[in-house]
Design a protein around this ligand. Structure first.
Ligand code: HEC
Length: 244
């Protein structure tokens, strides 16, 4: 009889339904706040350098995620095609993450190191010059547009608020050296962001034109990093050894 009353009284039904849902939600969500490491720590994973970060921003601006996922699922066919399945830790500094669900083109989670910088520059400018049946759009402006990095410090500071450990003080810098090693920590220091961005672009020559710093430099630096942070040879069991 009581249940009958609840079902006939919309107000009470809504309130009780909400209570039931919140109890379920709390049971699922609250423990995550108390587990020290919800995402397991994995050696090698580190935040993006200023240049790679700009590249990632361009990736998002151009909507590459509309055709490319960045998450290799733990299935045999995926492992055969793309490599080791993606780990949660590998996108821990991605805000927002680029997992995606649409694969008009291949997954890009491990595209780093697969092609040369030359290949990427040419492919981004005119995909069909390399892959005649490709339906990927041309992005000819990327290699012609100078990279704007004037706001790179602001971009890094914004990510700090989400927990990415870009350093501002010497103490934070030292902490990063301990955690990521000196080479990586150098690139995470906000006061030197422009200097480091220029140095990396100069050394990497990603768009194969050393004279100019273009959007292609940043985008290719980002693409070449994807999936390369974790050295899976240290972890792989025999199963994955077959695919290498
Ligand atoms: C309309 C869908 C579409 C969009 C948008 C798109 N791509 Fe692609 N992409 C493809 C297709 C299809 C392929 C496979 C054929 C080829 O290699 O061109 C591909 C291939 C690639 C490859 C080679 C992957 C491999 O493993 O061989 C890279 C790298 C790539 N795209 C990067 C990008 C980037 C960066 C952007 C954004 C600037 C982008 N794509 C936007 C459809 C797209």
């Amino acid at each position: 009889m009581k249940h009958d009353n609840i079902e006939r009284n919309v107000g009470i039904l809504i309130i009780l339904t909400m209570l039931a849902i919140s109890a379920g939600g709390l049971v699922e969500i609250v423990p995550l706040f108390f587990i020290k490491e919800t995402v397991e720590k994995v050696d090698g994973v580190h935040p993006y350098s200023p240049l790679e970060l700009r590249g990632r921003d361009i990736y998002i601006r151009e909507g590459c995620y509309l055709c490319h996922s960045q998450m290799i699922r733990p299935f045999r066919d995926e492992a055969l095609r793309y490599g080791h399945y993606s780990l949660a830790a590998e996108s821990k500094y991605d805000h927002p993450f680029q997992w995606g669900s649409k694969r008009t083109g291949p997954d890009l989670a491990r595209v780093g190191g697969k092609y040369s910088n030359d290949w990427h520059t040419q492919h981004l400018t005119a995909p069909r010059s390399l892959v005649p049946q490709s339906v990927m759009p041309n992005y000819p402006w990327l290699v012609k547009t100078d990279l704007d990095y004037s706001d790179i410090q602001g971009r890094m500071k914004a990510l700090r608020t989400t927990g990415v450990p870009y350093s501002i003080s010497q103490a934070e810098y030292d902490k990063n050296v301990k955690e990521f090693g000196a080479d990586v920590a150098k690139n995470l220091h906000i006061p030197d962001a422009e200097k480091n961005l220029l140095a990396q672009a100069q050394a990497g020559n990603y768009d194969t034109n050393p004279e100019k710093l273009t959007e292609t430099d940043a985008l290719v630096a980002y693409l070449q990093l994807l999936g390369t942070m974790v050295d899976f040879r240290k972890y792989d069991d025999d199963y994955f050894a077959k695919f290498r």
